[in-house]
Design a protein around this ligand. Structure first.
Ligand code: G6P
Length: 612
């Protein structure tokens, strides 16, 4: 949800901002803009992508050591030039970029209009910078203080950066509910960004601002204060991310790179977490919360999008292996439906970004009601791990393609570990059973590698089916969340309508849609539901649907019925989602390519949804 980057120091700001915006473009790409301080306040902004901004600035005077840039995912106001950030105050002295939503902007706007303010855009952001100007004017306050007072008046979420024409050595950043990291470079230079990707090649020293904190960078010095004016000591951390991880490395798209990274990312998520000699799962969450896990009555899993699908796999795993009742909830529903939660509950919040607004709010609600929270996130240092009591990282590395791929398989991998660990603690699993499943889990990276060889087949299938208007994805048991995830991937990047369904539920509706035009992707591996799924395939075939089946290597029965088959290596039911998802990711990728879609930046979507 919007990417922000800012620089102050001795280098040229513009190239740092443009490069940074390109790295942040996964967060939104409706419009882009920069503000540079060079004598005056120079603002360039346009509807479209960062490349459109570059075209706009060609040949312009861009020399400056202080500036900020923004890439937008529109919330208030359609994506057009005027609504693009940065926005300026009425007197033109102050400029702001913003990620988030100011919920009470309409009331503030009305008051400001009564005081003579005129607004150019429809955005909530412009209201905030006018408010700061008004506070400065009305009470003769310094900018630092005016920002602080203004932030007390706003309701909502924000990560903002402000620069002032009259303060060429000042950069102010603040956050509440939206992420913000400050990079500390050489000789008094500083960077501010939504995540570390724009900063990584200049410095490894960063500090993550906490909610309701303001970073004042003035004359080469950083001061962090709360919005209640209490000075904080910034915690400086070393970035572990490397540059290679956030570049395409020869692949045409990040999504393809990330699909192909899965043998490694799954391996990385498992590494060091199991000792085959002692049969012990070495995870801090298991050790520190052993007593809690032993006694808990229920697990509630919350997440959004693909993370919610991983949560569904989690439900099957925890119930199957550890025999603990599980509920899986969309975080956005959970937070508003007055759920019954108590101290014996464990809430597992799953999120790639660790910043999804609804998931964060669900955590806060569950915490208030006394539940224990485990976070399962990919982005180290993000908000969800910090709001959770304990948890685990997925170690999948940065995921930049908007459609989530390697984060999903990494999440499922850690959920398997937790399900095994919980079962172990609760005496539901013998050491030998645990070791057997772990051995199988450790063979998954190699099986995923093997599955990736279906790439050329998915390319051919894409050529055949890319013009279909609808797709149906069917699965049973562990194949059901896989079907949901396959359908979501197709929708997200190719804009083809697709539905994931439990194979047997098809009879209660979707079957009416099946005709010779309808491709039906069926997860038909040799699982506990194999025979049942075969009956469902027959039902599709009887209505002339085109079946693309994901089958276990060497399968002959399904192959005899289906129009096309993609083989995957055999694995246990528990681990099937880790392998069966791979061909579906590739299929959606190649269908989207055939349709000429922008795979890494699908329309209307954003990687990190920091608004509710
Ligand atoms: C967005 C992304 C999805 C992601 C979902 C949840 O919709 O486009 O890929 O699954 O948010 O994000 P999270 O970071 O919480 O996993």
């Amino acid at each position: 949800m919007c990417g922000i980057v800012a620089y102050i120091g001795k280098r040229e700001a513009y190239p740092i901002l443009i490069k940074g915006l390109k790295r942040l473009e996964y967060r939104g790409y409706d419009s882009a803009g920069v503000a540079l301080l060079n004598g005056g306040l120079n603002i360039f902004k346009t509807k479209g992508k960062v490349s459109d901004l570059e075209a706009l600035t060609e040949g312009k005077h861009l020399t400056s050591n202080l500036g900020m840039g923004h890439t937008r995912w529109a919330t208030h106001g359609e994506p057009n030039n005027v609504n693009s950030h940065p926005h300026v105050s009425q007197n033109g002295n102050l400029a702001i970029i913003h990620n988030g939503i100011i919920e009470n902007y309409a009331t503030i706007k009305e008051e400001l209009i009564n005081r003579g303010h005129h607004f150019e855009s429809e955005t909530d952001t412009e209201v905030l910078i006018h408010l700061i100007e008004e506070i400065q004017k009305a009470s003769n306050k310094e900018l630092d203080e005016a920002v602080r007072i203004a932030l007390h008046e706003v309701v909502g979420a924000y990560a903002i950066v402000i620069i002032s024409k009259n303060d060429p050595e000042k950069l102010i950043g603040a956050r509440k509910g939206s992420p913000m990291v400050v990079g500390i470079g050489e000789e008094g230079e500083y960077f501010i960004a939504s995540d570390a990707s724009p900063i990584i090649e200049y410095t490894k020293d960063v500090t993550y601002l906490k909610d309701s904190e303001i970073a004042y960078i003035n004359k080469g010095k950083l001061t962090v204060k709360t919005i209640d004016n209490i000075e904080m000591t910034p915690e400086i951390q070393k970035l572990e991310m490397n540059l290679e991880a956030i570049e395409k490395g020869g692949y045409e798209h990040f999504m393809l790179k990330e699909i192909f990274e899965q043998p490694k990312s799954i391996g990385d998520s498992l590494r060091g977490r199991f000792d085959p000699v002692t049969g012990i799962l070495a995870m801090r969450s298991l050790k520190e919360y052993e007593h809690k896990i032993k006694n808990l009555k229920r697990i509630i899993i919350v997440g959004c999008g693909t993370s919610w699908h991983a949560g569904l796999v989690g439900e099957y795993l925890f119930e199957d292996i550890a025999r603990i009742p599980v509920e899986v909830e969309y975080a956005s529903e959970f937070r508003y439906r007055n759920p019954i939660i108590n101290e014996d509950d464990l809430v597992i919040a799953i999120s790639q970004s660790g910043e999804t607004a609804d998931t964060l709010a669900a955590i806060e609600l569950a915490k208030e009601k006394g539940a224990t929270i485990f976070g399962l996130c990919n982005v180290v240092g993000s908000s969800i791990p910090r709001s959770s009591h304990a948890g685990a990282y997925t170690h999948a590395g940065p995921e930049i393609g908007v459609a989530s791929t390697k984060a999903f398989t990494a999440q499922v991998s850690v959920l398997v570990l937790w399900a095994l660990g919980f079962a172990d603690i609760r005496g539901r699993l013998s050491k030998s059973e645990l070791s057997k499943i772990m051995a199988e889990l450790e063979s998954i990276p190699a099986k995923v590698e093997k599955t990736l060889a279906c790439e050329s087949l998915t390319k051919e299938l894409a050529k055949q089916f890319y013009q279909s208007r609808n797709f149906l994805y069917l699965g049973r048991g562990y194949g059901f969340p896989v079907a949901l995830e396959g359908a979501l991937k197709l929708k997200e990047i190719s804009y083809i309508h697709a539905e994931g369904y439990p194979a047997a539920e098809m009879k209660h509706g979707p079957i009416a849609l099946i005709d010779e035009e309808m491709p039906v992707v069926v997860i038909a591996t040799k699982s506990a539901n194999y025979e049942k799924v075969m009956s469902n395939i027959q039902e599709v075939k009887a209505r002339k649907g085109k079946v693309i089946a994901i089958v276990t290597e060497g399968d002959t029965k399904v192959s005899a019925m289906a129009d096309h088959v993609i083989e995957i290596p055999e694995t246990s039911d528990y681990l099937e989602p880790l392998v069966a998802t791979i061909p579906l990711q590739l299929l959606s990728y190649y269908i989207a390519l055939e349709r000429g879609c922008n795979v890494d930046q699908p329309r209307n979507l954003a990687k990190s949804v920091t608004v509710e």
